[in-house]
Design a protein around this ligand. Structure first.
Ligand code: AMP
Length: 209
């Protein structure tokens, strides 16, 4: 199955895409993760995109499309894939439609106050990469990783300033894709304001699984 998870930052695309990957056995391709890997390894691409990402802006379409093309060419994606965080602009969607067809576009929806709460509350452990949330999944000791006691950090792009910018960028550049995919008959809306189990149930219903 060839799927796209569409929706604003913080709506839970990553969480739902991971669970859907386990359900379908198709690879989960997150452009945000691919970029972050490049940044942490210090690759030429990572060096180019680091500041763009920290500010919550979009990486130029050409670089993003080239990276996705390369990933979709790998053999594990030949029978299907779950794209998370791509496409984010109409030109990206047009390039994708030149590369492959799609079965569903799942549009996850949630009010923006909840998105801000979800994003600014996220924390991670720089030692073991475990993730937490100050409201929804707090560590046993405030500010410390349960596994190794390391001080938890906030992703640069989860600062309040960057989050507000990311939501504005979403409204301006990515939201037009909702209409675009609706026009192409691929869009399925999913209420993602509920807790993760409920959202995943709605996704299973859409996918008939
Ligand atoms: P995410 O983890 O999906 O929120 O992505 C983190 C950051 O990676 C975004 O704020 C962008 O800077 C960059 N990024 C991820 N996917 C894309 C994309 N499809 N187009 C442009 N930039 C992207």
């Amino acid at each position: 199955m060839r799927l796209i998870f569409l929706g604003p930052p913080g709506v839970g695309k990553g969480t739902m895409a991971t669970r859907t990957k386990d359900l379908l056995g198709t690879p989960h391709i997150s452009t945000g993760e691919l970029f972050r890997e490049n940044v942490s390894k210090g690759t030429p691409l990572g060096i180019k995109v680091k500041t763009i990402m920290e500010r919550g802006n979009l990486v130029p379409d050409e670089m993003t499309v080239a990276m996705v093309k390369e990933r979709l060419d790998k053999p594990d994606a030949s029978d299907g894939f779950i794209l998370d965080g791509f496409p984010r602009t109409i030109p990206q969607a047009e390039s994708l439609s030149d590369i492959t067809g799609l079965d569903f576009v799942l549009n996850l929806q949630c009010p923006s106050e909840e998105l801000i709460k979800r994003l600014t509350g996220r924390r991670f452990c720089p030692t073991c990469n475990r993730t937490y949330h100050i409201h929804y999944m707090p560590p046993k000791t405030e500010g410390r990783c349960d596994a190794d006691g390391t001080e938890l950090l906030t992703r640069d792009d989860d600062s309040l300033e960057a989050v507000k910018n990311r939501l504005e960028v979403y409204t301006k550049s990515t939201e037009p894709l909702v209409h675009w995919y609706q026009k192409h008959g691929l869009l399925q809306n999913v209420d993602a304001s509920a807790a993760p189990d409920g959202v995943f149930e709605s996704i299973r219903k859409v996918l008939n699984r």
